[in-house]
Ligand binder design. Structure first.
Ligand code: CU
Length: 69
């Protein structure tokens, strides 16, 4: 299991938090996703042979948030 932190702009409330966590959680290979609203960041545990950071970024952007790259 790998861990990474993804910087995300536009998350403001509990709805945003659950939208991002939910979208990541649907990807196979993602173990745990946790948004820190005050840090504008989501920390993710994932298996790198099953899912890429790029796929996780796309899942976040599909929810309408901007990933800071
Ligand atoms: Cu919100």
């Amino acid at each position: 299991m790998n861990t990474t932190s993804i910087k995300v702009e536009g998350m403001t409330c509990g709805h945003c938090k659950s939208a991002v966590e939910g979208a990541l959680g649907k990807l196979s290979g993602v173990g745990k996703a946790e948004v820190d609203l005050s840090a504008n960041e989501v920390s993710v545990e994932y298996e790198e042979d099953k899912v890429t950071v790029e796929e996780m970024n796309e899942a976040i952007e599909d929810q309408g948030y901007d990933v800071v790259k």
